[in-house]
Ligand binder design. Structure first.
Ligand SMILES: [Zn+2]
Length: 95
């Protein structure tokens, strides 16, 4: 049985008062199994993945892209989460 590793992908909410145009909520999804938790834990209670991975560059890029499009009113939060999740399902080396 090999140990799995992942990271918490935080939910976001729009905020005009934030520099980025959004802020992170305490709720987060496991990058391995997608379970939503109310806060980060060191190990995912559902799939037992060790949550010691950095958020990958491509996800950061998605967030940056989202921020720009969000500022133009092009996307909503659920659309953003869908994009992030679909990018997670593509060849992710940590799975
Ligand atoms: Zn999990």
């Amino acid at each position: 049985m090999s140990e799995r590793h992942g990271f918490w992908l935080h939910h976001i909410r729009n905020s005009k008062s934030s520099i980025n145009g959004f802020f992170y909520l305490p709720e987060c999804d496991c990058s391995v199994c997608g379970t939503t938790m109310r806060m980060e834990k060191p190990v995912c209670p559902n799939c037992k993945a060790v949550m010691d991975q950095e958020v990958p560059e491509e996800i950061r890029e998605e967030i940056k892209k989202y921020t720009e499009e969000r500022n133009q009113g092009a996307m909503n939060d659920s659309e953003f989460m869908r994009i992030i999740k679909s990018s997670l399902q593509d060849d992710t080396p940590w799975k």
